[in-house]
Design a protein. Sequence first.
Length: 172
Amino acid sequence: NKGRRNVMFNGGDQVWVHLRKERFPKERKSKLMPRIDGPFTITKRINNNAYRVDLQGKYNISPSFNISDLSPFLADEADLRTNLFQEGGDDMTMDDVMNEGHEPELGTKDGELVAEDQLVAEEALTGLTGPMTRSKAKSLNQAVGLILKHLGQNETRVTSTTLVLVTAQEGW
């Protein structure tokens, strides 16, 4: 009890009510349902551990609560939940995002990554020291795929007589 805080409420204070499974079985059917409800107003202080709360007819239970089931409601804190009644900005869909023009990133050509793909491919091909692991095999496979994709994009330079040979040697 060394770290225990003495929380005292007065009449008129607003509190959150903890919805315990034993006391509120319908409100706690699933673990995804809210664990607290409120804010409610304290109508009477019975003693230091018990308070009478105005439940506004929401629940058909006794309005007396232990202090452990009450949390102070701080009106200054921002409520991070969405407000359904707030008017303003439109929700965006993925179609809207796709239709909006965006600036290509640095090091790109017409919005397609070229230099970065080549850099990743070169890093994967030059870093083949030591035993072949799954991650190295995966990066090698991706690097070869990127090289072949890059060659496929530059079909003007690749003719039918071009032979593409990719070899991997151990101990390079």
